[in-house]
Design a protein around this ligand. Structure first.
Ligand code: PCA
Length: 329
């Protein structure tokens, strides 16, 4: 009898232990996937992993987020849709990839509008409500935004003016960079960062515009000789979650995510402010010619910037004007 009782108690104990895995959403462990598009050791991915860790710690491992860097789960342009449709619960994208959906997603790639980190931060603060609202209308909840390094031009010859860019096979990563190629008479070829090393190695492209970091990540010095540090704009990555997946969580878990997101945003900006220059120095250390654009090239780029600003203003209308005014205040 005693033995039977013991067995029953033991069985009940085992059932109680096992219970959280099988009953009630409140006690269940939730696993999320977070696709991202840039290399695992890029500050963006490092920051996402730290964010996931903070969430796991704050929730006692109740919510486990797995970061999938380097476009290993979805290609960069597919991540946003994957999260909106619930194929993944969270994701990180270069927000200007989606400028076609809303001009506000491209506000951070208007050339020469916000070229320092404080200015980029101010632009983010001014544009965030509109971006948040648009994402919400697409079933996405905005978590945080983190900048890249300032954008400059890679080439394998001297570029003294934009005329020297004519005929180049110019790698583009979004609408704005394609348009720049068109305006200088180069041939735009859209290639995401994950495929850039291959495109360089095979000679599919012979110039491009991006940060010191993506040049570093793609070992630009193996094929390129020049980096013109134009500091033309500071693009941003944005991290969001599927709204329905977020709403299904208990309040404590939601709060843990929002708190970790605020920390991640601050850490991300700090990481980039510290590391952007380091990346450009690595290009130099690998024997690339790193220099500011010569006057004629600079003037040409500024003229293109004016054109792109006018194009953007036309598309963004009064809403865009209001955000720019708030930024300039
Ligand atoms: N790197 C990404 C986007 C902007 C950047 O600096 C890329 O080149 O695709």
């Amino acid at each position: 009898m005693l033995k039977l009782l013991k067995t029953c108690v033991l069985a009940a104990g085992v059932a109680a232990l096992a219970a959280p895995a099988f009953v009630g959403p409140a006690a269940a462990q939730t696993k999320w996937n977070l696709p991202a598009a840039y290399p695992a050791d890029n500050p963006h991915s490092v920051n996402l992993v730290a964010f996931a860790k903070d969430v796991a710690t704050a929730t006692g491992d109740k919510l486990q987020i797995t970061v999938h860097p380097a476009a290993s789960l979805f290609k960069a342009p597919e991540i946003k849709r994957a999260v909106a449709t619930g194929q993944a619960q969270a994701g990180e994208v270069l927000i200007s990839l989606h400028e076609n959906e809303d001009p506000m997603f491209g506000i951070d790639v208007i050339p020469f509008l916000a070229t320092s980190y404080p200015a980029a931060k101010k632009l983010w603060t001014a544009s965030k409500p509109a971006i948040e609202k648009k994402l919400a209308s697409q079933g996405l909840k905005l978590l945080f935004a983190v900048p890249w390094g300032p954008q400059g031009i890679y080439a394998k010859k001297d570029l003294n003016s934009v005329d020297d860019m004519k005929g180049l096979k110019f790698r583009a990563y979004n609408v704005g960079t394609s348009r720049i190629a068109e305006l200088v008479g180069a041939q735009p070829i859209t290639i995401q960062a994950a495929e850039l090393p291959q495109a360089l190695a095979t000679g599919v492209v012979n110039s491009f515009i991006t940060s010191g970091s993506t040049g570093y990540d793609s070992k630009a010095w193996e094929t390129m000789t020049h980096f013109y540090d134009a500091q033309a704009w500071i693009p941003k990555n944005v991290t969001f979650v599927n709204k329905a997946a977020f709403d299904a969580l208990d309040k404590a878990t939601q709060d843990a995510i929002l708190k970790a997101a605020a920390v991640a945003e601050e850490r991300g900006w700090k990481l980039w402010e510290e590391k952007a220059k380091w990346y450009v120095e690595q290009l130099k250390a690998n024997k690339m010619q790193v220099q500011p654009p010569p006057p004629a090239l600079k003037a040409g780029l500024e003229k293109i910037g004016e054109q792109l600003t006018a194009d953007w203003s036309k598309k963004a209308g009064a809403d865009g004007e209001a955000v720019i005014a708030a930024y300039k205040k």
